[in-house]
Write a protein that binds this ligand. Structure first.
Ligand code: ACM
Ligand code: ZN
Length: 736
């Protein structure tokens, strides 16, 4: 059997050599005892995949040798496949293990299918690999609170990480919708806090919200946690447990109501979002949290404990006599100061136990705890600020690292929380923010992590679908380093990805396959409107038709000069691949104009660029995460459309997306300026519809249209995201 070197993450150096090594039942192995994890993995993998059993032999006689070389960087390795045998060198156990993971991807994919195939010999092409990671922190996260997943699945998840050389599993164990880890001292946490009455079905934004009426829950016993930790260790994965505080604590408070400011009885949350009942910083709460953390610290051998710290609304603290007294007594500024005090108290305890604390970037508010590591999720600002203060940071910005976001704009994608994070965007991620590049503070960037929040992932298959293939791209970012040439490197990545997807097929792992999707883009070229069709991989054919006409092979951009519907399909050897594609282009008066917006769209919601405002293509009616809707966070917008020559217009239309549960609000007013004057300020109605349609009469001849769109402002009390800036999502500006 032949093989191909399609390794992900891409090794630092790989050189093919002539000839082959043939691995058989007679092959033997020598390894130093320190590298037993790598050896155990390799032996089991070969035995399961082929029936080949490798015996041990002295170094001089062995055909596979795994030895120490202290000149090799931490976690790095060399892998030399010569005709006479295979030599792996590493300076630590991780490196030896990662060499085996690379070897695994060099071996034929069929080995992934365990216990089914008997193979006598494997022919492996000769090559030399030298490899080491770019970042020391390479993480994947999993939320087991919103949905619970059994021990067996957690182990499987860890195997996914290890295969791609991730070294950290961030286990989000507690949240409003369920407490998932047994704490011996507080049995109610799991007796009561691990179960909810029912669960939201459909999307949070659906009106009315619907529930399944079925009790739901589960938790890990400490025995199971130990078993998972041991399993992770055997895969060179360190687990970081997350115990959320002071917010996302409703499940804990449902078990022990006196931990909150009001001591009211509340249920475990049954829907998603941010909840106002948070821990009250009273002595009893600190005793509770320190006891909980002590049991967690006792269980988990890793250096880090994650304490959450995100999304803790301060309304209860603002109304609590104890909290207000504490603010006065400690001379704190306000509730943010109190959050900082809370986190610092917890950090002292964690540090005293010899561990380090990580928190989400909200722990910067009111002042960072002295030794904290910051996980930056609301963009990169938190990472930049913390690194400049000399703190270590881990990058998980929602714009590039939230695997709960949609990976494709297709209407038929399974329901997700929102957002738009296609594979290529993950691949293009640079964990070191621009503001830190070429500064000493960049050394504080430990690495990055993909986050898997499970509100909309109720099954293991759905997790796999959202994780794969984006985890491949993230592994390459954190191991091989960020790309220096997105287009060429991404094309190379896809060539390596295709065979890896076949491996997933063999292992019956679900994944989102968008490699055979077609994308359409309107571009302007020398006064002409051109429509380009593209597909990510090479060697395929796109066939298209316009307005239901004859199907033709696509060779170059299509010139558009009227309203059209374009249908297309991808083919390889005349066999249809992937999904059918359709796009509707409305050739309105602004399509060939130019557009400028005073601020750039948010990086998570600007896939189409500002040109998406006048490209003739409408966004989805049911989701705001695509290439057409543009999202702005709290900005007052000034959108200026400039025509090539004075143009007679009669009507201006646009739309705003509303999803209050996710902080999206339509503006309350609009103002429009043209050559023929400023139109009277338009008051926009507040409606229950998810989309606000705006249609304005505007008669006259003008060379420009300037639309002022003030942000809705701050989200009112009592609503999701209260106190935060509202988002504005705007679609096409259609000019007739
Ligand atoms: C987060 O996504 N709330 C960290
Ligand atoms: Zn309080």
């Amino acid at each position: 059997m032949a093989c191909d070197a399609t390794i992900i993450p891409a090794p630092d150096q790989l050189e093919m050599r002539s000839g082959h090594f043939i691995l058989t039942n007679n092959s033997t192995l020598f390894a130093i005892p320190e590298f037993k994890t790598a050896v155990n993995f390799l032996k089991a993998y070969l035995l399961n995949g082929t029936g080949i059993s490798i015996d041990s032999a002295p170094q001089a006689a062995a055909s596979i040798v795994i030895i120490k070389d202290n000149s090799i960087p931490k976690e790095g390795y060399s892998l030399s496949i010569l005709k006479k045998g295979i030599t792996i060198k590493a300076s630590d156990g991780q490196g030896a293990f990662y060499a085996v993971q690379s070897l695994r991807q060099i071996l034929p994919p069929v080995l992934e299918k365990s216990n089914t195939t008997i193979i006598d010999s494997i022919t492996i092409a000769c090559m030399e690999i030298k490899d080491a990671p770019r970042f020391s922190y390479r993480g994947m996260h999993l939320d087991v609170s919103r949905h619970f997943f059994p021990k067996e699945f957690i182990k499987q998840y860890i195997t996914w990480l290890a295969a791609l050389k991730f070294n950290t599993f961030h286990w989000h164990l507690t949240d409003d919708q369920g407490w998932r880890i047994e704490i011996k001292k507080y049995p109610e946490l799991t007796r009561k806090g691990a179960f909810r009455k029912e669960t939201l079905i459909g999307h949070y934004n659906d009106t009315p919200q619907r529930f399944d009426g079925k009790p739901y829950g589960g938790f890990y016993t400490q025995q199971e946690v130990k078993e998972i930790i041991a399993f992770a260790k055997a895969h060179h994965v360190t687990i970081i447990p997350e115990i959320e505080l002071p917010g996302h604590a409703q499940a804990a408070i449902s078990a022990y109501p006196s931990l909150s400011c009001t001591a009211q009885e509340i249920p475990v949350a049954t829907k998603w979002g941010v909840f106002e009942n948070i821990y009250c910083p009273k002595p009893e709460t600190f005793t509770f949290l320190k006891n909980v953390l002590d049991e967690v610290i006792e269980l988990f051998p890793g250096t880090y404990i994650h304490i959450g710290g995100d999304e803790a609304p301060k309304s209860r603290w603002d109304a609590c006599t104890h909290c207000q007294q504490l603010i006065n007594q400690m001379g704190l500024e306000d509730s943010h100061g109190l959050q900082s005090y809370f986190i610092t108290e917890i950090e002292k305890h964690i540090n005293a136990r010899g561990k380090k604390m990580i928190g989400w970037d909200e722990i910067l508010e009111g002042g960072l705890a002295p030794n904290a590591t910051v996980m930056s999720w609301r963009g990169t600002q938190g990472a930049i600020a913390a690194a400049k203060q000399g703190h270590d940071v881990i990058l998980t910005p929602s714009s590039h690292a939230y695997f709960d976001y949609y990976q494709a704009a297709h209407q038929e994608e399974p329901t997700a929380i929102g957002g738009y994070l296609p594979l290529k965007k993950v691949f293009g991620f640079n964990p070191v923010p621009k503001a830190l590049q070429q500064t000493d503070a960049a050394l504080h960037v430990l690495g990055a992590q993909g986050n898997v929040w499970t509100e909309y992932m109720a099954t293991q298959d759905q997790i796999a679908y959202m994780v794969f293939p984006r985890i491949f791209a993230m592994s390459e970012v954190v191991w091989s380093g960020p790309t220096k040439n997105l287009e060429t490197d991404y094309a190379d990545f896809l060539v390596r990805l295709e065979p890896n997807l076949k491996r997933l097929d063999l292992k019956q792992i679900n994944y989102g396959n968008h490699l055979y999707d077609i994308e359409g883009d309107v571009v302007k070229n020398q006064g002409k409107v051109i429509y380009n069709l593209t597909t990510p991989t090479q060697g395929k054919e796109i066939k298209y038709s316009i307005n239901g006409g004859k199907q033709q092979v696509y060779t170059q951009g299509l010139h558009i000069s009227k309203d059209v519907i374009i249908n297309a399909q991808l083919y390889k050897d005349n066999l249809a691949l992937g999904r059918a594609f359709s796009d509707t282009i409305h050739y309105h008066k602004a399509i060939n104009a130019s557009v400028v917006v005073n601020v750039a769209p948010h990086p998570a919601y600007g896939a189409g660029g500002t040109d998406a405002l006048i490209n003739g293509v409408l966004g989805s009616n049911t989701r705001f995460a695509d290439k057409q809707w543009l999202g702005f966070w709290g900005d007052d917008l000034q959108i200026t459309i400039t025509f090539a020559k004075p143009t007679k217009i009669s009507k201006i239309s646009t739309r705003f997306y509303k999803a209050n549960g996710q902080w999206l609000y339509a503006p309350k007013t609009l103002e429009i300026q043209t050559d023929f004057g400023t139109l009277p300020m338009v008051k926009l109605p507040a409606t229950d519809q998810p989309i606000l349609d705006v249609n304005l009469k505007a008669d006259g001849i003008t060379s420009f249209i300037k639309i002022s769109v003030p942000s809705f402002g701050v989200i009112p009390d009592g609503l999701q995201g209260a106190g935060n800036k509202a988002w504005t999502f705007i679609d096409e500006i259609v000019v007739e």
